[in-house]
Design a protein around this ligand. Structure first.
Ligand code: GAP
Length: 444
């Protein structure tokens, strides 16, 4: 089944307050976005699902939150200062700048359509540079991190020692990264400020291939388990020319975006590149001491590196459905209950004070447990549609019968089946459906 069009998703995201253009009242800052009430909830849920699967449910991975601004030596040692470049070309006619490796037609400018007149490609470093302290000078240049990974490598020994880890083990981190992309675009897919979810898994070099295969499979499975459709996911191996300067092998998990297959996440074998570079540069020995073998060596690193903002966008696209119900088109986001921004909407049938009073009682039962919304405006059918459109799994309607029988109507987003449930058992009823004891997700 073809997915929704790009404009459909962007319009929904803007109209319903998932994502706004940054600095919109000043005309907008290109490729920068703010996440509205529903967007921030979706994004937080994506990050929480990742953390739960990568850290909480595992014995062999621990968490970290390192600074965005590190010593510039980190980026010199990691190779980012010298090698984190994209090939930049400029159109001689309209002066638009493009990434050479992303041009479909080397003889035609995608901005103005003129042919054959690009400048020689030059290396453009993607890191944002700024200055630390009140005086801007060469001596105090710092960079906004372009990946969260380096904060993990520089803390390898701190974490290993304090958490008493033995190989193999991983360190996970999520947070903002910044890249001065030449061609940001496709809404929140490629932006200059974005969030990453990265894990560096340190292993004995002899076991690196096995762990590489393991993490490629595991990371694909993560998207599937959160409800992404298998037909929209694929794995693609990088060819040698495409590999990052630190990697000997990489697989991308790709999603079928409205414009075609594109990267969601990369799983790379970074070998001992980073620990070795930081050891040599800093003079600190970051080798691991194997007590059984009685020798020191640099562990290899397998790195699953995902984009949180990009994943949230893909989940939104994947969840989007339009279907005809009794002659009317309904838009429904079939988001996994763990990702849905609002879990339960509480809807009084009318604004009569007696109903509003019971509605508040029901809402106060649910509010401490789930993200809920109370919606009192417009006809009930329209309120159902509004909740469907943002993926709310359950709507609880308080009607006049509730005043007599103490029961409410619970409507399921996907099946639209309605159950009459006593308010006393409502929490349990919803808990059964919203929380799976194994995965924290919906019971199948
Ligand atoms: N530490 C390895 C690393 O950063 P990457 O493939 O450059 O690898 C990992 O980035 C993930 O971060 C990508 O798969 C993508 O999901 C996300 N990402 C990278 N650049 C991005 C951008 N400009 N905007 C949004 N997400 C981005």
């Amino acid at each position: 089944m073809p997915g929704p069009g790009f404009d459909t998703i962007v319009n929904l995201a803007k109209k319903r307050g998932f994502v706004f253009q940054a600095s919109e009242i000043y005309g907008g800052l290109r490729s920068a976005y703010d996440y509205g009430p529903l967007g921030v909830a979706l994004l937080r849920n994506v990050k929480a699902a990742w953390w739960r699967s990568m850290v909480q449910l595992r014995d062999d991975v621990v968490g970290l939150d390192s600074a965005i601004i590190q010593s510039p030596q980190v980026w010199e040692a990691s190779g980012h200062v010298s090698q984190f470049n994209d090939p930049l070309v400029e159109c001689a006619t309209c002066h638009a700048r493009h990434r050479l490796d992303k041009l479909d037609d080397m003889d035609r400018c995608p901005t103005c359509g003129s042919s054959g007149t690009f400048t020689e490609a030059r290396d453009f470093n993607l890191m944002f540079r700024t200055h630390m302290g009140p005086v801007a000078g060469d001596g105090n240049v710092v960079y906004l991190r372009p990946e969260t990974a380096q904060g993990i490598f520089t803390n390898f020994e701190n974490v290993r020692r304090t958490s008493r880890r033995k190989l193999p083990f991983g360190i996970a981190q999520l947070g903002k990264s910044f890249r001065n992309e030449i061609t940001p675009g496709q809404f929140v897919f490629r932006t200059r400020e974005f969030e990453q979810m990265e894990m560096e898994f340190f292993t004995h070099p002899d076991e690196a291939d096995r762990w590489f295969d393991y993490w490629v499979a595991e990371r694909r499975e993560w998207y599937l388990e959160l409800g992404m459709r298998a037909a929209n996911l694929r794995l693609r191996e990088h060819d040698a020319a495409e590999l990052a300067h630190y990697a000997v092998g990489t697989y991308d998990v790709e999603y079928r975006f409205p414009w075609g297959w594109d990267e969601l996440e990369g799983i790379a074998n970074r070998t001992d590149f980073d620990l070795r570079c930081h050891s040599e540069r800093s003079g600190r020995d970051l080798r691991y001491f194997d007590q059984v073998a009685g020798r020191r060596f640099y562990p290899y690193v397998i790195e699953p590196a995902a984009g949180a903002t990009r994943a949230a966008f893909a989940f939104l696209i994947d969840a989007y459905h339009e279907e005809v119900v009794r002659g009317m088109t309904r838009t429904v986001l079939r988001l996994d209950t763990r990702l849905a921004p609002i879990k339960v909407a509480v809807l009084p049938l009318s604004k009569k004070p007696r109903l509003l009073e019971v509605t508040e009682r029901v809402a106060s039962l649910l509010r401490p447990v789930w993200d809920i919304e109370v919606d009192v405006t417009q006809a009930i059918g329209r309120r159902y549609r509004r909740q469907d459109e943002v993926g709310t799994p359950y709507c609880v309607t308080v009607d006049f019968d509730t005043l007599d029988d103490g029961a409410v109507t619970v409507r399921d987003r996907d099946t639209m089946v309605q159950d009459r449930i006593g308010v006393d058992s409502l929490q349990g009823y919803l808990a059964d459906r919203l929380a799976d004891p194994q995965h924290g997700g919906r019971k199948k």
